[in-house]
Design a protein around this ligand. Structure first.
Ligand SMILES: Cc1cc2nc3c(=O)[nH]c(=O)nc-3n(C[C@H](O)[C@H](O)[C@H](O)COP(=O)(O)OP(=O)(O)OC[C@H]3O[C@@H](n4cnc5c(N)ncnc54)[C@H](O)[C@@H]3O)c2cc1C
Length: 422
């Protein structure tokens, strides 16, 4: 039996659930967050290894211009460290080129470069899109009808050369989708965010983001290691896997999409197509500085058929992610590779040695993260936001009901809190 003092129960302490809890708590509403895992963060977790490396579970960055992140975080306390704007690109023909500020205006430095990344027209088009998106509100961009990113790029006039050498490795890395089938309204949003802000990581790793939100909630608000088995009575009752039952004023499903459906007892036939994208992140340790020492740019690989899709040296941003005298190499491989961890590591090592020289053979393998449900697939025609209210006392939030980004998780969490408060 529900009573007026029952809390609003939020299931899942990822970024969406934490954002929702934060806004409700600020409004003075009692909240209880139930999380199946042993820490907050969901897909934003950082592991501390016994030898002192901090490894994010998958290469991930915070674009510091995200409107929802700016609303939510104390950036100073996070001690954000930035990657330099730009990228080193290994072109399809094996040549390497460095792009300084490819998305920032003015683009004169980039356009003047005799860079083989694309044609002169391509470089001018980059400037044109930066200017075109400059005055637009992010929500306005996301609400626009979309096609695939690839169709959008072609219709904007970019050559196949720059699509192969820049857009596939760069945005393919953001989407985990080198085919660029992701919706173009999301492309415009991400392009604008890269053009206007910086790619950052908190000094102690990405998990500092959820930890900061969790630290602002009263003690006892979050119950870890508490998987929920079912939600009943339209959001007035929650059954834990332990057998305990909790009464709720309302329930917010802040889990991944398939988990939310299971909690509601929905029969789940195997989906005809995958609903999420897979990525694998392999970490190596360097003895001494990493190859990008002093310039900390992302490294993108445009070579077709490669397993190394992008390489980052996150400790070179100044983040405290590696013990003194060592550095960290983060290698991302998107999609199914069909290899065992050992075979993948050996193949990556060979590709890295061909790229960075024999020093890569000395890098020590630290850990490999295979993340099956890394990002929900967001194709053309999908709404930028699905219905967040499922009933009078039942709501949902998370990137699964919106688009694949931290901004979406935080934003839907806030909007559900506003719906409940209204
Ligand atoms: C490798 C990788 C790279 C990424 N890169 C970026 C990036 O650079 N920039 C960006 O903006 N976004 C990036 N993202 C996406 C971003 O991390 C997600 O959009 C965001 O974290 C989703 O948050 P969420 O709260 O919606 O879901 P989740 O983080 O999935 O949280 C759901 C929570 O629900 C819990 N849960 C599930 N079932 C139950 C249950 N039955 N009972 C209790 N709890 C349950 C889960 O344990 C989890 O903690 C990346 C994601 C990955 C994995």
């Amino acid at each position: 039996m529900a009573s007026s003092t029952d809390p609003i129960i939020i299931i899942g302490a990822g970024m969406a659930g934490l954002a929702c809890a934060t806004w409700l708590h600020r409004a003075g509403r009692p909240v209880l967050l139930l999380e199946a895992a042993d820490a907050v963060g969901g897909r934003v977790r950082t592991d501390l290894t016994p030898d002192g490396f901090r490894l994010d579970r998958g290469f991930q960055i915070l674009l510091n211009n995200y409107p929802e992140a700016r609303r939510m975080f104390d950036y100073g306390a996070l001690n954000l460290k930035s990657f330099r704007s730009g990228a080193v690109v290994r072109l399809a023909n094996g040549q390497e080129t460095t792009l300084e500020n490819p998305l920032h205006a003015p683009l004169m430095a980039f356009a003047a470069l005799a860079s083989p990344i694309g044609t002169t027209k391509d470089k001018l088009l980059l400037g044109k899109l930066v200017a075109q998106l400059a005055g637009r509100a992010p929500e306005q961009l996301l609400a626009r009808p979309g096609t695939t990113t690839l169709a959008y790029l072609r219709s904007f006039g970019w050559s196949e050369q720059i699509i192969t050498n820049f857009f596939r490795p760069f945005f393919g890395g953001v989407y985990l989708d080198r085919e660029l089938g992701t919706a173009s309204n999301f492309f415009e949003f991400v392009f604008q965010q890269f053009a206007q802000g910086a790619a950052t990581v908190p000094a102690l790793g990405m998990q500092q983001l959820p930890e900061q939100l969790a630290s602002r909630l009263p003690a006892g608000t979050i119950r870890l290691n508490t998987p929920v088995a079912a939600v009943a009575e339209g959001g007035r009752l929650v059954h834990l896997a332990s057998g305990e039952a909790l009464a709720a004023a309302a329930v917010v499903l802040a889990t991944e999409g398939p988990a939310a459906a299971r909690l509601l007892g929905a029969d789940l036939p195997a989906p005809a197509r995958p609903v999420a994208r897979l990525t694998t992140c392999t970490y190596f340790a360097t003895a001494g500085a990493a190859p990008s020492h002093g310039y900390n740019l992302l490294h993108l690989n445009a070579r077709p058929g490669a397993l190394v899709h992008n390489v980052a040296f996150p400790a070179e941003t100044g983040a405290a992610l590696a013990p003194a005298g060592q550095s960290l190499v983060s290698v991302s491989t998107h999609g199914e590779h069909g290899l065992t961890e050992d075979a993948l590591t050996a193949r990556l090592r060979a590709e890295l040695a061909a790229w960075f020289g024999p020093v890569a053979n000395m890098w020590r393998h630290l850990r490999t993260y295979r993340i099956e449900q890394a990002l929900p697939i967001y194709g053309p025609g999908q709404p930028a936001q699905q219905e967040l209210r499922l009933g009078d006392t039942l709501f949902r939030c998370g990137d699964w009901v919106s688009y694949p980004s931290l901004n979406a998780a935080l934003g839907t969490g806030r909007q559900v809190a506003e719906l409940i408060m209204s």
